[in-house]
Design a protein around this ligand. Structure first.
Ligand code: TYM
Length: 333
C-alpha cells in the first residue's frame, strides 16, 4: 500500500508565493507517487469570521488555483474540508485528550493572542487539534508544509500517540512534516515582517496571479536598508529577505552578481530590486495566465469538488468506523 500524504491550505483570498514554495510545489510532485489528499481548509478559516460571501469566493478561488497550477483529480484527492464532516467528529474526540496547557504554549496561538486580543476564540486555541484531525482522518504520514507549521505537526504526533496509548492500540501513524528540499521552507515577505503572510498586509505579499504592474510596484517598494556600511558588512534582515526571494526565481549567476556587489559594499538596491522584479514577473506570468483561465470554469470546478468529496468521505467514514469501535461507541444504529 502507498503511504498517505495529507495537506491543506486555508482559503483566505488567493495563494501567495509562501504557499507555493512552502507547500504547493511539493503537492505537485507528491501526487505522482503517493496516495495524496489535498484539501481546502475552510473550517480553519472560520477563526477569522469571514462573511459567507467572502468564504465562498475564497474557496472557489483556491480550488481554481489548485487545478490551474497542476493538481490532478485523477492522481490525488482534492476536496473541501467542510465536505467531510467526519473531520469534525475526529476533532471532537481528539479535543477530549488535548490539554489547555499544551495548547496555550503553541507559538501560533500565543502570536494570535498577542496580535488579535479581541478575538482569542476556542477555535484558535484548538487549531492544532483540527489540523491533527485532518491528517489522522486519512492516517497520513507525510505532510508537505512550510516551516511555520512544524510545531503543529509535532502536536499531531502527540495526539496520535496519545490516542494509541489511551486505547492500547497502534491505529494512528506518526505524521511528519515534509519538504522535497532538505529543509522546511520559510518564504520571507517584502516588508521585513518575517514570513510572507497576508496578515502582514498587501505590501508584504506576492500573489501567484499578481498583475505585472502591481508586482513591480510592490518589489520596488520593498524594505531594504541604507546600504552596507563597508565592504564585507553583513546583510540586514530586510536585504537578506530579498536575496531569499531572488534565490527562488533568479539564476545562480544573477544572485552571485548582486552578492558580490553587496560584499564589495557597492550594491545599488534600485538595480537589485529591478532585477528581482523582472525575474519574478517571468516566474509569475505563466501562473497568472493559467489561474485567470481557470477562474470562470465553474462547472468543472464543481465536478472536481464533488468527485474529491466522495473519495475523501469514503476513506474518512472507514477511519471513523474503526475509531468509534476503538473508543467503545456503537456502530450499530
Ligand atoms: P496556511 O493556509 O497558513 O498556509 C498554507 C501552506 O503554505 C505554507 N506557507 C508558507 N510556507 C513558507 N513560507 C511562507 N511565508 C508561508 N506562508 C504559508 C504553510 O506552511 C502551509 O503549508 N494550518 C494550515 C492549513 C492546514 C493544514 C492542515 C496543513 C489545515 N489543516 C493539515 C497540513 C495538514 C495553514 O493555516 O496553512
Amino acid at each position: 500500500m502507498k503511504e498517505v500524504v495529507v495537506s491543506g491550505i486555508r482559503p483566505t483570498g488567493k495563494l501567495h508565493l509562501g504557499n507555493f514554495f512552502g507547500a504547493f510545489k511539493n503537492f505537485l510532485t507528491l501526487q505522482e507517487q503517493y496516495d495524496s489528499y489535498f484539501f481546502i481548509a475552510d473550517y480553519h478559516s472560520l477563526t477569522t469570521h469571514p462573511t459567507p460571501g467572502d468564504l465562498k469566493g475564497s474557496v472557489k478561488r483556491v480550488l481554481a488555483e489548485y487545478i490551474a497550477l497542476g493538481l490532478d483529480p485523477e492522481k490525488c484527492t482534492i476536496y473541501l474540508q467542510s465536505d467531510v464532516p467526519q473531520t469534525a467528529e475526529l476533532y471532537l474526540f481528539l479535543n477530549m485528550n488535548a490539554y489547555l496547557g499544551e495548547l496555550e504554549r503553541v507559538t501560533s496561538f500565543k502570536e494570535k493572542a498577542r496580535t488579535q486580543p479581541n478575538n482569542i476564540n476556542a477555535g484558535l486555541l484548538t487549531y492544532p487539534v483540527l489540523m491533527a484531525a485532518d491528517i489522522l482522518l486519512h492516517r497520513g504520514v507525510k505532510v508537505p508544509v512550510g516551516k511555520d507549521q512544524e510545531q503543529h505537526l509535532e502536536m499531531s504526533r502527540t495526539f496520535a500517540n496519545r490516542f494509541n496509548r489511551l486505547y492500547n492500540c497502534d491505529f494512528f501513524p506518526e505524521p511528519q512534516a515534509v519538504s522535497l528540499g532538505d529543509n522546511l521552507v520559510k518564504v520571507p515577505g517584502l516588508t521585513d515582517s518575517g514570513k510572507m503572510s497576508k496578515s502582514a498586509g498587501e505590501a508584504d505579499t506576492i500573489y501567484l496571479n499578481e498583475e505585472a504592474s502591481v508586482l513591480n510596484k510592490k518589489i520596488m517598494r520593498a524594505v531594504t536598508d541604507s546600504g552596507p556600511a563597508e565592504a564585507g558588512a553583513p546583510r540586514s534582515s530586510a536585504v537578506q529577505n530579498l536575496f531569499d526571494l531572488m534565490a527562488l526565481v533568479s539564476s545562480p549567476e544573477t544572485i552571485e552578481f548582486f552578492d558580490n556587489q553587496h560584499k564589495a559594499g557597492g550594491i545599488r538596491y534600485g538595480d537589485f530590486k529591478k532585477q528581482l522584479a523582472t525575474d519574478m514577473e517571468l516566474f509569475i506570468a505563466p501562473l497568472r495566465e493559467k489561474i485567470d483561465a481557470m477562474l470562470g470554469n465553474e462547472k468543472l470546478l464543481d465536478e472536481i469538488a464533488a468527485f474529491g468529496a466522495e473519495k475523501a468521505r469514503k476513506n474518512a467514514q472507514e477511519t471513523m468506523r474503526q475509531v468509534r469501535d476503538i473508543i467503545g461507541f456503537s456502530n450499530k444504529y
